[in-house]
Design a protein around this ligand. Structure first.
Ligand code: ATP
Ligand code: MG
Length: 396
């Protein structure tokens, strides 16, 4: 019996004339993700991607897991495929799901015909296949409202695809269909979630991290590398840019009013991120900021931060509670790494009482008193370390 994976496209099916572009990207990403798992045939038809193993030793379990992390797919199922004549459908359903039915009390059959030429209508397929399976398993009952097992039969292009329930996949849009951005990745909980959220909306992204040795350790940097790797199944391959940030940060500490330190530092970080992004022709910056989470994330502080540079700053966590961000971070698998207790440059030198309502005028005045800051930032941007974050071959 031949088994394959059916991956159902989500929102991208609404993309009208552009749909072909989205579909081509999705197929490409799925092919990349399957690298190293054996030979598969991947093709798309009628809002579904068919992923068919072509060799005995293809790792279909791992393929299923990986595809469940590909943005653009909302649901997944494994299915047995057979010729669409009704007797073959019955035999295949029993061979494929008989074992499961033995451990089930109630079931129902659902049928869908993409192929309207098929001689039986959907209700008839459900009724007849249901009767066939009841005859094979006398303990079974049909429950159309709350069945323990729902069996789907999809008739498409002369073939029948038979499967149990679909499982949830990642949703969103294929990475790379919405442009490219630079994510400010700290070692915290929020910024990996921010990267995930934006990649889910179709953004291809790279990460940038600010390190201030010796105040921040090598282990803190390695933790950020690990986070970037944990995200790579979602984002695709990318680069982690590590900025040597010690000098600009010490300069701000030594030359600016204490209470403005954090906002001045955040503006400085965004200016450097802007430089790196522009060199790479990236179109936006992403941060994990959430409104009012800390002093540098009040409306007044965010307005001052935004005014530091001219790329759009995307903040997908802005309206999320910390509990929601944590829940998401657990789901995507970055939480355990994020809570490892290493220092971040944002938490060194911070004053005990930072100003929560800074004005742009006072910020500009403080910056005017730091004539060497831009040159130090330029130097830091020119000395970024580039760390490739890889999974197969991607983002050509
Ligand atoms: P936490 O979960 O501790 O809040 P965080 O990553 O949100 O972690 P914040 O201090 O709230 O840390 O910083 C706000 C945002 O600024 C981060 O989400 C991240 O996008 C960016 N950021 C902070 N520190 C760094 C850093 N060292 N390198 C790159 N980006 C940083
Ligand atoms: Mg935060």
């Amino acid at each position: 019996m031949k088994e394959l994976i059916l991956a159902y496209q989500g929102e991208m099916t609404l993309k009208g004339l552009n749909r072909g572009k989205f579909e081509a990207r999705l197929i490409k990403i799925i092919r990349w993700r399957l690298e190293g798992l054996g030979k598969f045939k991947v093709r798309s038809s009628q809002s579904t991607v068919f992923i068919e193993p072509l060799e005995e030793d293809c790792d279909t379990d791992e393929a299923y897991r990986r595809i469940s992390h590909v943005f653009g797919i909302v649901k997944l199922s494994r299915a047995a495929v057979c010729d669409a004549d009704f007797a073959t459908i019955c035999e295949t359903a029993e061979a494929y799901l008989g074992q499961t039915l033995r451990g089930t009390k109630t079931f129902k059959v659902e049928a869908k015909r993409a192929d309207k030429q098929y001689p039986m209508k959907s209700p008839e397929i459900c009724r007849e296949l249901g009767a066939y399976l009841l005859d094979k398993h006398h303990h079974l009952r049909v429950d159309v409202h709350h069945p323990q097992l729902e069996i789907m039969v999809e008739i498409r292009e002369g073939k029948a695809y038979i499967h149990g329930p679909k499982t949830e996949a990642a949703g969103g849009l294929p990475v790379g269909t919405s442009g490219r951005a630079l994510n400010l990745l700290s070692g915290g909980i929020d910024s990996p979630v921010a990267a995930w959220c934006m990649a889910r909306r179709g953004l291809a992204l790279h990460h940038i991290h600010f390190a201030s040795p010796p105040y921040t350790s090598l282990r803190a940097k390695l933790k950020v590398c690990t986070l970037a790797k944990e995200l790579v199944e979602y984002t695709g391959n990318c680069t982690l840019f590590v900025v040597p940030y010690t000098k600009p940060q010490e300069y701000i500490r030594d030359h600016a009013p204490d209470v403005l330190f954090t906002v001045l530092m955040r503006r400085s970080m965004l200016r450097i991120a802007n430089r790196v992004a522009k060199q790479l022709e990236l179109e936006a910056l992403i941060t994990g900021e959430s409104l009012a989470q800390v002093a540098s994330q009040t409306m007044a502080a965010l307005a001052c931060t935004d005014a530091a540079q001219d790329l759009p700053v995307l903040r997908p966590c802005i309206g999320m509670d910390k509990t929601e961000i944590i829940e998401r971070s657990r789901k995507i698998g970055t939480f355990e790494t994020s809570i490892e207790p290493y220092e971040d440059c944002c938490t060194i030198f911070t004053p005990p009482h930072p100003k929560t309502n800074p004005t742009l005028a006072e910020i500009l005045e403080a910056e005017a008193a730091m004539p060497e800051l831009l040159a130090l930032e330029e130097q830091a941007a020119a000395n970024v370390e580039k760390i490739p974050v890889r999974m197969g071959q991607e983002f050509e």
